[in-house]
Design a protein around this ligand. Structure first.
Ligand SMILES: *[C@@H]1O[C@H](CO)[C@@H](O)[C@H](O)[C@H]1NC(C)=O
Ligand SMILES: *[C@@H]1O[C@H](CO)[C@@H](O)[C@H](O)[C@H]1NC(C)=O
Ligand SMILES: *[C@@H]1O[C@H](CO)[C@@H](O)[C@H](O)[C@H]1NC(C)=O
Length: 127
C-alpha cells in the first residue's frame, strides 16, 4: 500500500498548489488596528485583519521590511458558522499562536458579539 499512499499525498499537494489555498483552523480574536506591520494606519471602524507573526514571516516572498511583505496585498478569508468574510491583512500579532487570526470589530461582529471575546475553531485561508 505504500506506493499508492505516496501517490495520494503527491496528488493532494498538487491540488493545494494548484488552487493556491490552504485552509487552516484557529482562534479568532478581536483586535484594535493602528499603524500595522504593513505600514498602513487603520482605524477601529475599518474592517481589517491580522495574522500571527509566524504566518506573516513565513509567507512566500516575506522581506526584512514588513511593509514590503506580499501578504499585505492579500486578504484573510474566514469561514465559520455558515458564513464567510474576506478582509485585507494589515498587521501581525507578535506573540500569538501560529494559527490565530485577528479581525477589527466590524469584521469580528460578523462571527460573534464582541462580548464573546474570541471564536474558536474558525477556518481561514489567505486569498
Ligand atoms: C487601511 O489603511 C490604509 C491607509 O493607511 C488604507 O489605504 C486602506 O484602505 C485601509 N484599509 C481598509 C480596509 O479600510
Ligand atoms: C514570533 O514572535 C515570537 C515572540 O515574539 C518569536 O519567538 C518567534 O520567533 C517569532 N516567529 C517568527 C516566525 O517570526
Ligand atoms: C472564502 O471562502 C468561502 C468558503 O470556502 C468561499 O466560498 C469564498 O469564495 C472564499 N472567498 C474568497 C474571496 O476567496
Amino acid at each position: 500500500m505504500r506506493p499508492a499512499f505516496a501517490i495520494f499525498l503527491l496528488a493532494s499537494a498538487l491540488v493545494a498548489v494548484d488552487s493556491q489555498v490552504v485552509v487552516h483552523t484557529g482562534t479568532l480574536f478581536n483586535f484594535v488596528p493602528g499603524l500595522g506591520a504593513c505600514g498602513f494606519t487603520n482605524t477601529s471602524s475599518q474592517t481589517v485583519a491580522s495574522v500571527s507573526n509566524h504566518t506573516f514571516n513565513t509567507f512566500a516572498g516575506a522581506t526584512a521590511n514588513p511593509n514590503n511583505n506580499p501578504i499585505c496585498k492579500h486578504s484573510l478569508n474566514i469561514t465559520h458558522g455558515g458564513t464567510h468574510l474576506a478582509v485585507p491583512i494589515v498587521d501581525f500579532c507578535a506573540s500569538c499562536p501560529d494559527e490565530n487570526i485577528g479581525l477589527s470589530t466590524p469584521g469580528f461582529v460578523h462571527f460573534a458579539p464582541t462580548s464573546a471575546g474570541i471564536v474558536t475553531g474558525v477556518s481561514w485561508s489567505i486569498v
